[in-house]
Design a protein around this ligand. Structure first.
Ligand SMILES: C[S@@+](CC[C@H](N)C(=O)[O-])C[C@H]1O[C@@H](n2cnc3c(N)ncnc32)[C@H](O)[C@@H]1O
Length: 344
């Protein structure tokens, strides 16, 4: 692949686009255009902001293709409303706020992270608590993070419930479930399976509220737990899933997580981790490669691995029949069974 100087310039200036969009989402500018077309002056009034600068933002959003102009009025195409208007289910404002509050400031210190192989939480937030402790200190930050992750996971969950036969299991545990979108989807097609989520204590209040308002408060059990600290009671679950969490931690911590789960789960049980691995040559995919840098600036040694590296970690812990399960969608499902003969 050969890139031009213009490609490099476009990539370097890509943050212009990112910040234009996150600002507009945070201002809920698109909400005002959901049911009516408005002039720049009317939008400025609704945002209680000066006309000149609001018009600069509107011109930027129009140039990027998010808005159209008809006469003097700005128009939001219906196809864009589904992810730009705040009361629509696929609203991207959650992601925008997470980017503005956490990711963008941390990425500002990427050079230091690379030259020191350390996350930049101390430099940016003056705080040396863990990534999830900082992330979950304010309820609104928990909401932003979990809501956007739930949406990110949607294509994976769709493929998982469509292609995997959950009815062969009695009891399913989703560790680090976030907002609970996977167990909710499994409940939708498997009325008999027992469903439980294990989450960090700091994330559980939000999760329980979210399940209750959707009518799953009784259907899906929530237990508090930390898979790194251990002391897990997992004997009741014949299928355990861990989604997009191994990459949040350094390989040696990943081994601790896998060992804690292996030790606590029942003999004969099945364990799966879903990840978006690097390819074997570690030449991509680009999103995963850049996500690895995101792990560098934010987490304690989190890193993206290849599929083979994940499989090897499963084997090293003692899982047998270590394999990949084919499902449609963006994630790879790495799977292993705890031998029937394994004693606790
Ligand atoms: C990147 S999110 C993934 C959410 C979801 N499982 C998915 O597949 O999209 C990682 C989740 O793991 C949880 N988590 C992180 N560390 C954990 C730990 N040590 N024990 C239990 N849960 C943890 C976080 O609270 C968060 O919800």
């Amino acid at each position: 692949m050969t890139l031009t100087k213009q490609d490099a310039v476009d990539q370097m200036m890509g943050f212009f686009q990112a910040k234009t969009l996150t600002a507009a989402l945070d201002l809920k500018l698109f909400d005002h255009l959901h049911t009516q077309d408005l002039s720049a002056g009317e939008i400025a009034d609704k945002l209680k902001s000066p006309l000149r600068s609001v018009e600069q933002l509107l011109i930027g959003l129009r140039a990027m293709g998010y808005l159209e102009k008809q006469g003097d009025n700005y128009h939001l195409p219906q196809e864009h409303a589904s992810f730009l208007v705040s009361h629509e289910p696929m609203w991207l404002g959650w992601l925008g706020r997470h980017i503005d509050t956490f990711l963008y400031p941390l990425w500002g210190e990427l050079k230091s992270a690379v030259t020191s192989d350390t996350n930049q939480r101390q430099a940016v937030f003056g705080d040396d608590r863990s990534w999830f402790d900082i992330l979950y200190q304010n309820p609104e930050d928990v909401t932003d993070f979990q809501e956007f992750l739930g949406k990110f996971a949607a294509p994976f969950i769709h493929g998982f419930v469509q292609d995997y036969d959950f009815s062969q299991h009695r009891s399913f545990l989703d560790i680090g479930s976030g907002i609970g979108t996977l167990p909710i989807a499994v409940a939708g097609i498997n009325p008999d399976i027992h469903l439980t989520i294990c989450e960090l204590p700091q994330a559980c209040a939000f999760l329980r509220d979210k399940l209750a308002v959707q009518g799953y408060g009784d259907r899906i059990n929530v237990i508090e737990g930390d898979v790194i600290a251990g002391k897990l009671a997992l004997q009741d679950y014949d299928l355990i899933h861990l989604g997009w969490m191994l990459h949040d931690y350094a390989p040696e911590i990943q081994m601790t997580i896998l060992k804690n789960i292996y030790d606590a789960m029942p003999a004969g049980g099945c364990f799966m981790a879903s990840e978006t691995p690097l390819n074997d040559e570690k030449s991509g995919p680009e999103f995963t490669a850049l996500l690895s840098l995101n792990m560098l600036v934010s987490t304690d040694g989190g890193i993206e691995s290849s599929t083979e590296e994940y499989l090897e970690r499963f084997r090293a812990v003692g899982f047998e029949n270590v394999r990949l399960i084919n499902i449609s969608g963006p994630r790879t499902l790495i799977c292993g069974d705890k031998p029937q003969s394994a004693s606790l």
